[in-house]
Design a protein around this ligand. Sequence first.
Ligand code: AMP
Length: 113
Amino acid sequence: MNDCIFCKIIGGEIPAKPVYECEDFIIINDVNPIAPKHYLLLPRNHYATLAEMNGTDAEILGRALKTVSGLQKELGLENGYRLVINQGADAGQSVLHLHIHILAGTEMSFTVD
Ligand code: AMP
């Protein structure tokens, strides 16, 4: 995906300093954080949305959740964290490369505007 900003980050075309990397995904800091700690988990393979993943692809998401839970200390998530996937227009998805927001570092309310 030549015009995908997250593919460019994953491919090194846009410099970034991943806080975690493995063969399936990388985790970076969000450039426009909405919480004191705001990371993005980016699958290395390009899926615009969840709908583009088949069952085997989706196993990456299970590994992603398990990996995040194992990085609580390294990422400063000990007091809790929230994982968000914005899927589609109503959810405000702005980058069409599936990603998981990891939010932490403050107490959060839970509302829909
Ligand atoms: P979403 O609205 O769920 O698609 O989230 C996209 C996120 O990507 C937003 O929180 C942006 O701040 C973030 N973002 C966009 N470009 C970059 C970038 N170059 N590096 C890090 N985060 C980015």
